[in-house]
Ligand binder design. Structure first.
Ligand code: ZN
Length: 329
């Protein structure tokens, strides 16, 4: 049995829609007024969106469900599914702890509760029956004010070990604010945290080469090979890996079909830029979306050759932030 590693998976988008639906039923959630049956919920939850903003709105609903009280429920199911149905040996799960704090509390108390959220995830991603290694990446968000992003960074520092890195997430707004993000990511690095950022996913506007000084990986970054291929040499020199999530680009309306990824893979290969294939939000994709399924789709669409597969899979272990060992399988 081959075992895999997934480096880019959001806690809010990782769960199978049926698990979310059952949770809503169990808690008699008001959103069920709109979706009296599962099929209606499923097609709403997994429908392709026109833009990333639209996609992120549904994501916010799940984030609110994943409160301190309910996180253990979601974490167990996340590990169970990834180990049993996807053969994952290692996974980096990313989330924004602030979005999971209690909205009724004051901002100060919510900041304080972030540490409880991280500790709760840490305690619940090591189920005895499913021996998967799960490490955490905390997400900063482009929509949050600086002091909240700084507070998230601090929580990451205080939880180093279970938390291995920092990500910059949220819709790709305000590209002119790049200096703020570069400063925070540089700070994370001085504390020994690894760094990644959602960049060049929906367009090239956010691609500032200054980011390359402070990043270990780039979330998506597909518009670098597509639109700014002259920058690939710099990525290769700095050994920055791109986290490419094939099905995601159709769901968020970024690419029309998989064929467009051929250019991404070809140009990266030529320039010596590593790609880790990841799932992003597998629960939001038309089922079944799994990491092995993503590999298969890439081969089906001639984006990669079958003979490339082993190297692609190994790359995820090599580019991992918190993996120390050799892949089993
Ligand atoms: Zn993502």
């Amino acid at each position: 049995m081959t075992l895999y590693a997934d480096l880019h998976r959001h806690l809010g988008g990782a769960l199978h829609p049926r698990i979310i639906y059952k949770f809503l039923q169990k808690n008699d959630h008001p959103v069920l007024n709109y979706f009296p049956d599962y099929d209606g919920f499923l097609s709403w939850f997994t429908r392709p969106c026109q833009t990333l903003e639209e996609f992120v709105k549904i994501h916010s609903l799940v984030e609110e469900l994943q409160s301190l009280e309910h996180l253990p429920y979601f974490c167990l199911r996340l590990c169970r599914g990834a180990y049993t149905f996807e053969n994952l040996q290692y996974m980096e799960i990313r989330y924004n702890p602030y979005f999971r704090t209690d909205k009724e509390l004051t901002e100060q108390k919510r900041i304080g509760q972030m540490n409880d959220i991280v500790e709760c995830v840490t305690a619940n991603v090591r189920p005895v029956e499913y021996p998967i290694t799960v490490k955490q990446i905390l997400c900063l968000d482009r929509r949050l004010p600086d002091h909240l992003n700084e507070a998230i960074l601090k929580v990451a520092r205080e939880n180093q070990g279970p938390v291995v890195g920092i990500d910059l997430a949220g819709p790709e707004i305000e590209p002119e604010k790049w200096e703020v993000w570069v400063r925070l990511l540089a700070q994370a690095r001085t504390w020994g945290l690894k760094t990644t950022a959602h960049l060049g996913e929906t367009g090239p506007e956010n691609i500032h080469p200054q980011f390359f000084n402070v990043l270990d990986r780039i979330g998506h970054g597909i518009h670098i090979p597509l639109v700014r291929p002259e920058l690939l040499k710099d990525l290769a020199k700095r050994q920055i890996t791109l986290e490419v999530c094939p099905t995601s680009y159709r769901q968020t309306g970024v690419l029309k079909d998989f064929d467009q990824l051929k250019v991404v893979f070809q140009r990266c290969k030529q320039a010596g830029v590593a790609i880790a294939v990841c799932t992003d939000n597998p629960g939001r994709n038309p089922a079944p979306c799994t990491l092995p399924g993503e590999y298969e789709r890439l081969i089906d669409h001639d984006v990669i050759d079958f003979s490339d597969l082993k190297a692609v899979q190994t790359e995820s272990f090599r580019s991992a932030f918190g993996y120390a060992g050799t892949p089993r399988g």
